[in-house]
Design a protein around this ligand. Structure first.
Ligand code: ZN
Length: 425
């Protein structure tokens, strides 16, 4: 089967190789100008930031001078800043584009930016002139070497140039229409659109299309209409990214509806801050109509699938879980991000202490797909109930409980809108 999407594990290995490669290359290279030194990142580039993320990101603070990755988009304007601390003079920010060409990797210098000062912070403003989503990397230079001053409380703000309207394309894969539990695809899509319009209130949902995988113009033949499609087993690419790029709906967000996901208890998947509203890798949100438990599959209700769609799409636009799971923190190697950092979403220390989120991290989680967010059903057989958590009614609560989701917070809605306007569509 032709696969448009790069294997995510391969991608992470490549990034690691890139990191090693950059590390070996050392620090000082030819300069664009005679007087200017080029400081290639030497941190390994393990840590990255996406715009408008409010989590603590202590690792980013620690690594900014020696290199973090930044996800940037065409036409967007960005502002990177940190506390100046005791410093009297600002370092210069060097930005590099990370390119993958065949088996080789290049970090090419994009520009050097001087700081302005505002409210005790050094502030660096830049625009992105890329044609597509890109990864840039940082270094901070002072006196021809890496900046040694403090870089606390890094913030990365982004402002996009695209519209705050979007459409959705629900793609039914295999025989899901036949196996829904007491409702039709039409009823489901009506409810989905209604709830997206109600809860994604900071953006405008223009249209919801319904498509069938077997009708896809290029890859439809690979998706028989009469089989249950188990993502992660029926195909190598769990996220089914090749089922995107439908004619006349290129920039609709694809919600891919499969029979189930080949991982016990997982009801949906999305990338965190996916960045791609167009086609191919990273442009899908995955939903199951059934959840798997010890080899058998259990049908989900319409409400459960719709709520999962709202939750996963939140991740797609850069929302973290209100309370981080152990997996969330370990996937990004940053245990300072125990919650989303938003002031208007509470978090639940009891949930973190319960061991439940730890189980989520170390259970049958599919580590072949690093960086992905998932929703998992969980039973409340611990010393507290999942329903007691103050964030249990927020759409970004990490586990399924008996409390009905009823809100995104104001700050979450702002992030959804700003991310949508950053993603080309
Ligand atoms: Zn989630």
């Amino acid at each position: 089967m032709k696969n448009f999407c790069k294997n995510m594990l391969k991608k992470s290995l490549l990034l690691w190789m890139l990191a090693v490669c950059l590390g070996m290359m050392g620090c000082i290279f030819d300069s664009d100008e005679e007087t200017e030194v080029t400081l290639l990142p030497d941190s390994g580039l393990f840590f990255q930031m996406f715009p408008n993320d409010k989590a603590n990101n202590d690792s980013v603070d620690a690594q900014l001078a020696h290199g973090i990755r930044l996800l940037v988009h065409p036409k967007a304007t960005y502002e990177l800043s940190f506390d100046k601390g005791e410093a009297t003079e600002a370092p210069r920010l060097q930005l590099f584009r990370l390119d993958v060409k065949g088996d080789s990797y290049y970090a090419s210098k994009v520009r050097v930016i001087s700081a302005t000062e505002s409210n005790g912070r050094f502030v660096y403003k830049f625009t992105c002139d890329e044609n597509d989503m890109a990864q840039w990397a940082t270094s901070l230079e002072m006196n021809r070497g890496f900046y040694k001053g403090s870089t606390r409380n890094v913030e990365f703000k982004g402002k996009g140039a695209y519209s705050d309207h979007m459409s959705l394309n629900l793609v039914a894969v295999g025989n899901v229409a036949e196996t829904l539990d007491g409702f039709t695809i039409e009823e489901f899509s009506d409810e989905l659109l209604k709830r997206f319009r109600k809860y994604y209130s900071s953006v405008t949902i223009d249209t919801l299309y319904v498509s069938y995988a077997q009708d896809h113009p290029w890859v439809g033949k690979n998706y028989p209409a009469d089989e249950p499609w188990v993502a992660g087993r029926s195909s190598r690419d769990t996220m089914l990214c090749e089922l995107t790029g439908w004619p006349d709906m290129e920039s609709a967000l694809e919600l891919i509806l499969v029979h189930s996901i080949y991982s016990d208890g997982v009801v949906g998947f999305s990338n965190l801050f996916s960045g791609n509203m167009e086609a191919g890798e990273g442009s899908t949100v995955l939903l199951g109509t059934h959840t798997r438990s010890r080899g058998s599959s259990v049908p989900l209700t319409m409400d459960e699938i719709v709520e999962t769609a709202l939750h996963e799409t939140g991740h797609f636009f850069g929302l973290r879980h209100t309370t981080s799971t152990m997996r969330d923190m370990s996937a990004y190697y940053d245990f300072s991000n125990y919650e989303d950092g938003l002031e208007d979403t509470p978090y639940c220390p009891e949930l973190q202490r319960s061991g439940l989120v730890k189980e989520s991290a170390e259970g049958e989680v599919d580590f072949r797909i690093p960086g992905m967010r998932m929703r998992r059903e969980a039973k409340a057989d611990y010393n507290f109930t999942l329903e007691q958590c103050p964030d249990a009614d927020n759409f970004m609560y990490p586990v399924v409980s008996d409390v009905r989701y009823s809100q995104f917070s104001k700050e979450q809605l702002e992030i959804i809108r700003s991310s949508l306007m950053i993603f080309p569509h």
